[in-house]
Write a protein that binds this ligand. Structure first.
Ligand SMILES: [Zn+2]
Length: 61
């Protein structure tokens, strides 16, 4: 399970990268793009439904 990761995509600058879902907060918390500092909710950076579901698992909800 330590190998799990999610794909992120910035809607503003189109940067895409992957991260461990345990490093992300709740889906509706604010998240800053590491490249352009665009701030949106975490869910808006998640690329696919699968990624969203995976973050939910680690959300504790
Ligand atoms: Zn960005």
């Amino acid at each position: 399970m330590n190998e799990s990761f999610v794909q992120l995509l910035c809607p503003e600058c189109s940067k895409n990268w992957t991260t461990n879902p345990t490093k992300l907060g709740p889906l509706d918390s604010a998240f800053d793009c590491p490249d352009c500092d665009e701030r949106r909710s975490t869910r808006e950076f998640l690329r696919t439904h699968r990624d969203l579901e995976m973050v939910k698992q680690f959300d504790g909800s």
